[in-house]
Ligand binder design. Structure first.
Ligand code: NAD
Length: 474
């Protein structure tokens, strides 16, 4: 146990920090008792999460419909199903991930045996956003629990139905002495962030990411920040434009475009721009019919504030709306919209869109597209459509992004062995698969030495023969 040096702090259940200090102190005591370290406990938590998702799939789907007007298939695939896949993968492999990892020992360290020992950090805080409110809370939680930590989980108040279901069900399926769900908005999260955690895992906007990191700095708590930004899609003239149109429209309309890794905007070689735009317009009709508002396959904007933000982006961009552009405030509906050649300095092209609006920018060449990307903050994802391996490698090699996908978008997320995270302003740290387990572990270096032999090489008095020998091996 490592915490014995710190003086226990008094509990201020009714003080300005609310009950949070007491909650975190309770979890820390639970962690120090050592129960959460056993593999059996860790397994039970992940099995609990899976059982919860299986037993209450309908509750989760209904909550997603209420908060986001999610079509059933999208509710299942992107939140319930995606969570189940990742948790099952973690259950399958976590015993191996938790084992000490052998490390080589150089001549100067011999004789000796080296290993890296993953150990749980303690009490982790997971703060989730509203757009995939189930998945983005449960996946980091699963990684933290697999690594043997206690968890405070804070769902987003912006998706209140999902927050309520999570708060109701998690204590029923998980060890409620080691896992606590706290609902609430900015005041509650601010007070929670005043507590000392051993890791903070935040998913949300870049602006709030700064708030979280500042709060974490007070306690020197490490953070994982899963943030946002504008993820570009580059379409080369030699791309399969039919496939590109289908996949791009899918990526932009999934969850009504409210996806952190949605293709925010397109950079299209000018020679194929009109053909691609026509194809994408046709695909919107194919997916959602003549009136997408009546389609069962198209979701809604999370609230009126976000809808107003999006309709605001559709004003004064200087481009041409070729399809969509209409909204219905009462229904929180915004039509799938394509805007051709907007002003690159307009808010539509400088702010993350996070809705079903797709700006299309013409570029003369793929190299111009690469320059366009490199002139802007590093994105969370980058997508490239081309039949040429050379073009694909050039784009990947000359740009930086959290992740990338070739000839598709978003789906790189479903590969558990691919670390998921941003770079620069799109985030720091990563998770999914073993990367998530490692994020919530301290990788402790251990070198074990036998007591014999005990050569005096490093000990004083220093002499010329010792120096000669050391210079030979170093
Ligand atoms: P949000 O409003 O739900 O906020 C996220 C969380 O931060 C919530 O739990 C909220 O309570 C908390 N929060 C908000 N303001 C706060 C403050 N001032 N102090 C402390 N806590 C605060 O979600 P959002 O920020 O609107 O989410 C959308 C953003 O998240 C987009 O930029 C999107 O790209 C990004 N995102 C990133 C990922 C990723 O995996 N990288 C995934 C989803 C969303």
């Amino acid at each position: 146990m490592t915490d014995t040096a710190s003086t226990p702090l008094p509990v201020h259940a009714d003080g300005p920090e609310g009950p949070y200090r007491e909650i975190v102190d309770g979890l820390r005591a639970e962690f120090r008792a050592g129960r959460t370290r056993s593999m059996a406990w860790r397994r039970a938590q992940l099995e609990g999460l899976l059982a919860m998702l299986n037993d209450h799939e309908d509750d989760f789907v209904r909550a997603l419909q209420e908060d986001l007007g999610r079509p059933v298939l999208e509710a299942f695939t992107a939140d319930v199903g995606a969570s189940k896949q990742e948790i099952a993968h973690t259950l399958k492999h976590m015993e191996r991930w938790a084992k000490p990892r052998r490390a080589g020992v150089p001549l100067t360290g011999l004789p000796g045996r080296a290993r890296v020992v993953p150990e749980p950090l303690g009490v982790a805080l997971v703060i989730a956003p509203w757009n995939y409110p189930i998945q983005l809370l449960l996946l980091p939680m699963a990684a933290a629990l697999a690594a043997g930590n206690c968890v405070v989980a804070k769902p987003s108040e912006v998706s209140p139905a999902c927050s309520a279901v999570l708060a109701r069900l998690i204590p029923r399926y998980l060890d409620d002495k080691a896992v606590v769900v706290i609902e609430g908005g900015v005041p509650e999260t601010t007070a929670i962030l005043e507590q000392r955690f051993d890791h903070i895992f935040y998913t949300g906007s870049t602006d709030v990411g700064r708030v979280v990191m500042r709060a974490a700095a007070e306690h020197l708590t490490p953070v994982t920040l899963e943030l946002g930004g504008k993820s570009p899609t580059i379409v080369a003239a030699d791309a399969d434009l039919d496939v590109a149109a289908h996949r791009i429209v899918w990526g932009k309309t999934l969850n009504a475009g409210q996806t952190c890794v949605a293709n925010d905007y397109l950079l299209v070689e000018a020679s194929v721009r009109d053909v691609l735009v026509d194809k994408m317009t046709a695909v919107i009709g194919e997916y959602f019919g003549a009136d997408p508002q009546r389609s069962d396959s198209f979701g809604r904007i999370v609230n009126e504030r976000h809808l107003a933000r999006l309709t605001g982006l559709l004003e004064g961009h200087g481009g041409t709306i070729v399809t969509g552009g209409t909204a219905d405030v009462e229904d929180r509906y915004l039509a799938p919209t394509i805007v051709v050649d907007p002003d690159v300095d307009s808010p539509l092209m400088t702010q993350e869109i996070f809705g079903p609006v797709l700006p299309v920018i013409s570029v003369e060449s793929v190299d111009d597209a690469i320059d366009f990307v490199n002139d802007r903050p590093k994105p969370l994802a980058l997508y490239v459509y081309s039949r040429s391996k050379e073009t694909v490698e050039r784009v990947l090699g000359q740009t930086s992004s959290g992740g990338a996908c070739v000839n598709h978008g978003i789906v790189h997320l479903i590969v558990p062995d691919l670390p998921f995270g941003g770079v620069g302003p799109s985030g720091m740290g990563a998770y999914h698969g073993q990367t998530g387990f490692d994020t919530f572990s301290h990788l402790k270096s251990v070198l074990e030495k036998p007591t014999k032999p005990d050569p005096p090489l490093l000990y004083a008095p220093y002499s010329s023969w010792k120096e000669k020998l050391i210079r030979k091996v170093l």
